[in-house]
Design a protein around this ligand. Structure first.
Ligand SMILES: Nc1ncnc2c1ncn2[C@@H]1O[C@H](COP(=O)(O)OP(=O)(O)OP(=O)(O)O)[C@@H](O)[C@H]1O
Length: 449
């Protein structure tokens, strides 16, 4: 997910950031540098954030995730200059905000950063429109202009026509939309969102998450989103930083964190994640086990199936374009008849999905299909396959190596002996083998030619 942001310039640069609350900060820092944990320093005070280092790219949704007390709030407060780090630096859109004067800090904050808080922080005596326009008022934008702008963003977050109401007349979800509208109206490059959806009911919360992603795609904002909810982190984050006891223990995409947790702590943490809503077909697909080139003919297809002991092959045309599947019995028949073309055995009784389809949306097609789901790109090229066993393994976080699971693959319905005998008996009458590049692509790589 994050690849398309990886070349953007950084919106935030965070370097070796540490915040210690307590006595003898220099002694604490020295011990932290030597590897002391937060617990080791408990006698001196609290190391709220320890040696945190990352960049957030422009247009990225960067999630900071951790349990209560892990240091998220202190970190986000250092990102907008509300808390001074004990050591380390923060730059916002190329402007340092650490070690600068108050005026400079205010200026950077005002032009580049907008905050969205958990408890909305709306002004109760101002109506919705003026709450949405509040950031602009602070910026000195004239009344008519700021109201017009606030109206546009209220429309955008689904609150058109609610401008005259007071916050107390709105539901929690709607109040948070006002909070979001206020942040968007200010036109800052970076939105800092601190547990912004944590006070909302689950359904409303999911709705807000979806809308946030939509808004992000439309407006291209950089978003730093703080949450203690791993499912929320996984759903929203292009990348996620996992915090524990003040340190960042892993930074990666949802998929990386799920499939390659940095340590036992993260592994345990991600155990309960709803994988089906995080992982996509492209994340879990395997190289298709059996692929035959349409132009290579039935004998090559039969040999591929014999070698892999499987009952079907994907049939691809030039450019790896998937044209169908062929079953062992049908291919066997063609070989017996001495046919040169695989055409008669190609069927379309397979299911194909795009690489970005979530596993939750694959389940149904997979249950109906004995064959692995084909994963194809927009041009119909075969990218991979998701056997049911892989899907189940990915959802249950089970290894696919066990023999028991392997038995669920599509086993050949014709024995290798019968295939061999048929290939032998018909060899004399068969056309000469077709040259290597289209010859016998038993493995995925072999079909690329
Ligand atoms: N001003 C402060 N003075 C002393 N200790 C503090 C201060 N602010 C935070 N801490 C401590 O730093 C640690 C990290 O707190 P922080 O609020 O950053 O974590 P958090 O992950 O945001 O947790 P929560 O979700 O509960 O807010 C905690 O142990 C907290 O008690």
């Amino acid at each position: 997910m994050s690849e398309h942001h990886s070349t953007n310039p950084p919106a935030l640069e965070v370097r070796n950031l540490t915040r210690f609350f307590g006595r003898k900060p220099s002694e604490a820092l020295e011990r932290l540098r030597a590897g002391a944990s937060r617990e080791d320093l408990a006698g001196l005070g609290t190391a709220a954030v320890i040696d945190v280092d990352f960049d957030v790219r422009q247009g990225e949704i960067f999630v900071v995730m951790g349990l209560s007390g892990s240091g998220k709030s202190t970190l986000i407060r250092m990102l907008n200059g509300l808390v001074e780090p004990t050591v380390g630096s923060v730059s916002v859109m190329g402007h340092p905000i650490t070690g600068v004067g108050a005026a400079k800090l205010r200026e950077v904050r005002r032009t580049h950063i907008a905050m969205v808080f958990q408890h909305f922080a709306l002004l109760p005596h101002l109506n919705v429109l003026d709450n949405a326009a509040y950031g602009l008022e602070v910026q000195g934008v004239p009344l008519a202009e700021r109201r017009a702008k606030a109206e546009r963003v209220l429309d955008r977050v689904g609150l058109g026509g609610w401008g005259e109401k007071l916050p107390s007349e709105l539901s929690g979800g709607m109040q948070q939309r006002v909070g979001l509208a206020r942040a968007l109206a200010a036109d800052a490059d970076i939105l800092l969102m601190d547990e912004a959806f944590s006070a909302l009911d689950p359904l409303i919360r999911r709705e807000m998450q979806e809308q946030l992603i939509e808004l992000q795609q439309e407006l291209g904002k950089t978003i730093v989103f703080i949450t203690h909810d791993l499912n929320e982190a996984m759903f929203l984050g292009d990348r996620i930083a996992v915090m524990r006891d003040g340190r960042v223990v892993q930074i990666g995409s949802a998929e990386e964190i799920l499939t390659d947790p940095a340590d036992d702590y993260v592994a345990q943490f991600v155990q309960d994640v709803d994988r089906a809503r995080v992982l996509t077909a492209g994340n879990v697909m395997e190289a298709p086990r059996a692929v035959a080139s349409a132009s290579a003919g039935p004998r090559a297809a039969l040999r591929a199936m014999r070698d892999l002991q499987t009952s079907m092959v994907y049939v691809v045309a030039s450019g790896r374009r998937l044209v169908g599947v062929a079953h062992d019995r049908d291919v066997l028949r063609l070989v017996r008849r001495g046919e040169r073309s695989l055409e008669g055995a190609i069927t379309d009784d397979y299911a194909a999905v795009g690489p970005d389809v979530l596993l939750s949306d694959l389940l149904e097609s997979s249950v109906e299909q004995a064959l692995p789901l084909a994963v194809v790109d927009e041009e119909g090229r075969l990218l991979g396959a998701v056997p049911r066993v892989t899907l189940l393994a990915a959802l249950g976080n089970v290894s696919t190596d066990t023999a028991e699971l392997q038995a669920l693959q599509t086993p050949a319905t014709v024995s290798a002996e019968v295939m061999n005998a048929t290939l032998r008996e018909t060899a004399a009458a068969a056309p000469p083998d077709i040259p290597q590049q289209v010859g016998e692509p038993t493995a995925f790589e072999g079909s690329r030619a």
